[in-house]
Design a protein around this ligand. Structure first.
Ligand code: RP5
Length: 159
């Protein structure tokens, strides 16, 4: 079965955080695939992959990158599928990932990237957001998302 979601990251050094997006998607029974591809180190391979993945049936791209984080914007330039950007803290980050946050969130008009929080919360939320987009046409997935929310509420109320 073709995965519905592709989880991309600019470097293997991003994997520790981006695996949270994958774990979140798997927890919701959403098929996904993962690739390490860089907008600046492997631009041709990135373009080939995004086109080929779309042809295979991948519907949403989650992109995590740090520093001058242009992976999500580059992917959004190639596809009209929804792109979710996760700003990461890289070894050369300034201001705790503010550099990546601004790079990802400040896309020029016309080429959108849905930007989530910096780091682990953002990676997990990217998985949930991708599932929520898919759940528009999938009642069973919508039910699993409701259960996830109910579990969170129960934890809070249990103190
Ligand atoms: C970005 O540069 C990557 O997404 C990573 O967050 C950062 C550092 O990459 P490495 O130098 O660790 O490969 O492109």
């Amino acid at each position: 079965m073709t995965p519905s979601v592709s989880v991309l990251m600019g470097s293997t050094s991003d994997e520790n955080v981006m695996k949270l997006a994958i774990e979140t998607l798997r927890g919701l029974a959403v098929e996904c695939e993962m690739r390490v591809l860089s907008a600046h180190r492997t631009p041709e391979a990135l373009r080939d992959y995004v086109i080929e993945a779309g042809q295979r049936g991948v519907k949403i791209f989650i992109c995590g990158a740090g520093g001058a984080a242009h992976l999500a914007g580059a992917v959004s330039a190639i596809t009209t599928s929804p792109v979710i950007g996760v700003p990461l803290v890289s070894p050369n980050s300034i201001a705790g990932g503010l550099d990546a946050l601004l790079s990802i969130v400040q896309m020029p008009r016309g080429i959108p990237v849905a930007t989530v929080a910096v780091g682990e919360a953002g990676a997990a939320n990217a998985g949930i957001l991708a599932a929520e987009i898919l759940a528009i046409g999938d009642d069973e997935l919508a039910g699993r998302l409701r259960k996830l929310r109910e579990g969170m509420a129960a934890k809070v109320l249990a103190g």
